[in-house]
Design a protein around this ligand. Structure first.
Ligand SMILES: [Zn+2]
Length: 467
């Protein structure tokens, strides 16, 4: 239905509410859970972009709603033009600067019932009968109000912002506009955001930050959606907006890598000025992408169960039998290192570390909340064993059963064969494991030496295949 038609016609309320509900779902809804969490009040969302909203049109008649909403505010724009003076000195608005009761700190109790005409003494203002103290500027303001001589002139309501006293929609609109500008002296940032050349999802992220409504754990904690306001990435005690987008160790790594750390204005200020300054710098577009990816990465960490990754595992033995170690690493689809493990497991033949690597790798992925994972192993022997029928008496049946149990869990997982040349990062981890005497070790940062290999993998540098 064309939206303009809907603005003028009186649609049934239930229909309007249903349409609004669909729109809300679209903005805040969660595809996975079907639920929605409205971060920002609907009235704010439906305001024009320039007035801090998203410019979403409400389905019910916009014209009438606006008129009714404005009515209340417009009332303040009217005042009383004195005639007989039968209005309260304190509680009626007969002066341009407002009701005296709301301006003066105190009105003497003996004066409360006095009317304006009580201050008139033979066509002159006489404030001496008042017990209330009137400051000089107000006193002079009162003296400037002409006292009507004509006894037939009635007190009347006029539009205060015109000499003529008559109201026109144009005058009302200008007055409202000035008033709202005065109320929101921060219009600059909303103008800036409307004009910002960036994709909508990034603008939406900034919009949330400007409103102070980024759903960090501090905000989620305040709204009782979690009992932990700590950072999911670095376990820092409080995850507020600053921590989320700049101060977290994980975020700082990104800013450092991109050369933002140490530049002017990188530290200090408030989030709004910070974003505007950074975006308006030469590196603006880089900044926007980094901001978006930091936020995304944070969400991947926080809600790991929607998260997918690839895990590469490998086993290594120094001799057959010899010292054995297993290792592996989980990477995001972008190739970024997420977590790794190494385990030294004594002396045995070379099949054991391969199975061990698969078992420990899958276990780590499960424990870290990944629920969509592909496990890459270069051991055909291990893979064959996992799908073999008769393993009930096998030397390593405990491990085989452990892996099969992991595969049966409620997640999307599969094991794929990969060539050894494509598995060099896991190979590094396994070799590393054989060289130390530690049991299982979890690596939240890549160990020394792995970084270059990771980079090579991301950049697609291929190593010759030895057949
Ligand atoms: Zn953190």
């Amino acid at each position: 239905m064309p939206i303009y038609l809907m603005q003028n016609m009186w649609l049934p309320n239930a229909t309007c509410m249903q349409i609004d509900k669909i729109v809300r779902q679209f903005i805040w809804g969660n595809q996975e859970t079907g639920g929605s969490w409205n971060l920002i009040n609907w009235n704010m969302v439906t305001r024009p972009r320039i007035n801090r909203g998203l410019g979403v049109r409400e389905t019910s008649s916009y014209c009438w709603k606006s008129i009714i909403r404005a009515l209340h505010h417009l009332r303040e724009g009217f005042m009383i033009r004195l005639g007989t003076g039968d209005v309260s000195i304190w509680y009626d608005k007969w002066l341009e600067f407002g009701k005296l009761a709301s301006i003066l700190p105190v009105v003497n109790i003996s004066d409360t019932d006095m009317l304006v005409k009580d201050l008139w003494d033979d066509g002159q203002w006489n404030l001496e009968s008042l017990s209330t103290i009137i400051p000089n500027d107000i006193h002079f303001g009162i003296l400037a109000v002409p006292i009507p001589r004509d006894q037939n002139l009635k007190d009347c309501v006029v539009w205060e912002n015109s000499m003529a006293g008559t109201y026109t929609p144009h005058l009302g609109y200008t007055w409202l506009l000035n008033k709202s500008r005065h109320m929101e002296d921060d219009t600059g940032k909303w103008h800036w955001l409307v004009k910002l050349k960036a994709i909508e999802k990034v603008k939406h992220l900034i919009w949330l930050i400007f409103h102070g409504c980024l759903p960090t754990n501090t905000l989620r904690f305040r709204r009782r959606l979690t009992d932990n306001q700590g950072c999911p990435r670095c376990q820092f005690a409080v995850e507020d907006t600053w921590h989320c987008i700049r101060d977290c160790r994980r975020a700082l790594e990104v800013w450092q890598e991109l050369g933002f750390v140490g530049t002017t204005n990188f530290l200090g200020g408030n989030t709004v000025d910070w974003i505007i300054q950074q975006v308006d710098s030469d590196q603006g577009h880089l900044f926007l992408s980094a901001l978006w990816w930091i936020w995304r990465q944070r969400n991947c960490f926080a809600f790991g169960n929607h998260y997918e990754g690839d895990i590469n595992v490998d086993g290594s033995s120094l001799g057959n039998p010899g010292r054995i170690g297993a290792g592996g690493l989980i990477r995001a689809s972008t190739g970024n290192f997420l977590v790794g493990f190494t385990i030294f497991a004594g002396v045995a033949c070379n099949l054991l570390p391969e199975l061990l690597a698969i078992a420990k790798g899958l276990k780590l992925a499960w424990d870290r909340g990944y629920r969509k994972i592909i496990c890459h192993s270069d051991s055909k022997d291990a893979l064959r064993l996992l799908s073999a029928n008769q393993v009930g008496f096998h030397k390593y049946r405990a491990l085989i059963f452990e892996i099969r149990e992991l595969l049966r869990r409620d997640w999307t997982v599969r094991i794929e064969h990969t060539f050894r040349e494509a598995n060099f990062c896991a190979d590094f981890m396994a070799k590393f494991a054989t060289s130390c005497d530690n049991g299982l070790m979890i690596w939240d940062e890549p160990p020394q030496g792995l970084q270059q290999l990771l980079l090579a993998d991301i950049m697609g540098i291929s190593f010759p295949r030895i057949v």
